[in-house]
Ligand binder design. Structure first.
Ligand SMILES: *[C@@H]1O[C@H](CO)[C@@H](O)[C@H](O)[C@H]1NC(C)=O
Ligand SMILES: *[C@@H]1O[C@H](CO)[C@@H](O)[C@H](O)[C@H]1NC(C)=O
Ligand SMILES: *[C@@H]1O[C@H](CO)[C@@H](O)[C@H](O)[C@H]1NC(C)=O
Ligand SMILES: *[C@@H]1O[C@H](CO)[C@@H](O)[C@H](O)[C@H]1NC(C)=O
Ligand SMILES: *[C@@H]1O[C@H](CO)[C@@H](O)[C@H](O)[C@H]1NC(C)=O
Ligand SMILES: *[C@@H]1O[C@H](CO)[C@@H](O)[C@H](O)[C@H]1NC(C)=O
Length: 405
């Protein structure tokens, strides 16, 4: 009986396929989450392990979703012989020139359909994150680094354009600052610093700064508009992150060279000097000098005692009451003819005033913008009394009601 039973058992065993009662599990072993740079040397090693019975099995590792061309190959297969318990699969990253943000890919472990008796274990997914690359967030630069030259005249908007080269992933914030002028930038431009936001997908951004019209005579001022930082993953262009802004010399000062002038009645022709481009008589040139500017003047004299009468005591010899300075002319003279009469008079004066509202061209008035001309007492009004010369350097105020003839 015993041999028969043994034989029967053997026949039964042979009639069942040899592998039918074998089982194994296939899974990833070890690290399954990878973060890599996009370089041609970035290779991810995935280890596939078989647990259980030694069964020949073909493991497949397949990219989930569409092939975006980020890997040299998106399918890999590994044949594990019954004698092997694990095998390593290599996945190579493809280095392209396309700017890309961080991107995560999933690879799934699969079994070839013929792998009888083998099932998938729980660790059957691996992820590979390729870090943002090829300047995915862009390189920020000015569209041009050529010096920008502006006039101060009027409130002027100066436009600037920032370009975002390479990638446009993400929102980036760029900070700028204006500095390096002879004086603080805020005196001449507004704002003198700020932040520009460049939204996702945008390859350019614009901003403007306003040139302040300050009515202060100034020479050329050169400021630097500099990108000082960027947030959001982008970089600043090393060679185009600043641009010079030149505000041309402006506000040519116009003034008399004196505020008070004393002349004798016999002086005949007197000249009042008006200068352009200087804050003091022999100071350096300042403000615009190469444009034409003009200003009107007015002769003011009172009615009473102590006031010189136009046409009687003096004559304005100018055919027009406009003083014009052609380009690069810095001095003009106003001529008056003092009348010499024989009538005894006390000191008499008149004023010549530059009129701010009549300025044409890039000029401003600076003191003294009026001059008082005093015609000294003459023809012995009080016999021999005369005003000391010291007094003539001060404006003389004469009250008509109190001054005696
Ligand atoms: C990627 O490259 C950068 C700079 O080249 C390096 O600092 C960083 O460690 C790298 N990261 C990985 C995950 O290799
Ligand atoms: C496993 O594969 C090897 C090589 O192809 C083969 O020689 C062997 O017979 C296979 N074993 C089984 C059990 O199929
Ligand atoms: C740069 O942008 C400004 C406006 O901000 C524009 O006037 C200028 O023409 C641009 N320059 C170049 C070289 O594109
Ligand atoms: C900055 O330098 C790069 C490389 O040298 C060049 O391609 C680019 O045109 C330069 N940009 C400017 C605005 O000069
Ligand atoms: C006006 O300018 C002329 C020429 O520079 C000079 O000779 C003259 O003395 C000046 N007159 C006055 C009043 O300053
Ligand atoms: C100035 O006035 C006197 C008379 O007071 C006259 O003789 C002389 O010609 C005048 N000179 C000019 C240049 O007008």
């Amino acid at each position: 009986m015993l041999p028969v039973l043994l034989l029967a058992g053997l026949i039964l065993a042979l009639s069942i396929p040899g592998t039918s009662c074998e089982s194994a599990t296939l899974r990833f072993l070890g690290q399954t989450d990878f973060i890599v740079n996009e370089t041609s040397t970035s290779v991810v090693r995935l280890v596939v392990e078989r647990l259980g019975d030694p069964i020949n099995v073909t493991a497949l590792v397949l990219l989930e979703g569409v092939d975006t061309g980020d890997f040299e190959a998106v399918n890999a297969a590994a044949f594990l012989l019954s004698t092997e318990s694990s095998k390593t699969i290599f996945i190579a990253v493809k280095d392209d020139d396309l700017p890309e943000a961080d991107e995560t890919f999933t690879f799934n472990l699969k079994l070839q359909s013929s792998s009888n008796g083998v099932t998938l274990g729980t660790t059957n997914k691996a992820t590979i994150t390729i870090l943002s690359n090829d300047n995915a967030f862009g390189i920020i630069a000015f569209n041009s680094t050529q010096e920008i030259v502006v006039d101060e005249s009027r409130r002027r908007n100066v436009p600037f354009t920032l370009i975002r080269e390479k990638g446009t992933y993400g929102t980036v914030t760029v900070n700028f600052e204006i500095s390096d002028g002879p004086n603080a930038a805020i005196e001449d431009v507004a704002p003198d610093r700020g932040s520009i936001i460049i939204p996702v997908g945008q390859a350019a951004a614009h901003f403007t700064i306003v040139i302040q019209d300050d009515q202060i005579p100034e020479n050329d001022e050169v400021f630097t508009v500099r990108l000082t930082g960027v947030a959001g993953g982008a970089l600043l262009s090393p060679n185009a992150s600043s641009v010079q802004l030149r505000i041309r010399r402006n506000d040519s000062p116009l003034r008399f060279s004196l505020s008070v002038m004393a002349v004798s009645e016999s002086a005949a022709i007197i000249g009042l000097n008006v200068t352009r481009g200087r804050l003091t008589d022999d100071g350096p040139l300042i403000g615009s000098v190469d444009t034409e500017v003009s200003v009107d003047y007015m002769v003011v004299s009172g009615e009473g005692v102590g006031s010189a009468t136009p046409g009687v005591d003096f004559l304005d010899l100018q055919p027009v009451r406009t003083i014009t300075f052609p380009p690069l002319v810095f001095r003009a003279r106003l001529l008056f003819n003092i009348s010499d009469d024989n009538v005894p008079e006390i000191a008499e004066s008149f004023h010549v005033v530059l009129l701010e509202d009549t300025i044409r061209g890039d000029a401003v008035l600076v003191p003294p913008n009026a001059v008082m001309v005093t015609i000294e007492p003459n023809d012995k009004p009080y016999g021999v009394l005369s005003i000391s010369s010291a007094a003539l350097h001060q404006p003389i105020v004469i009250n008509e009601d109190l001054t005696q003839k």
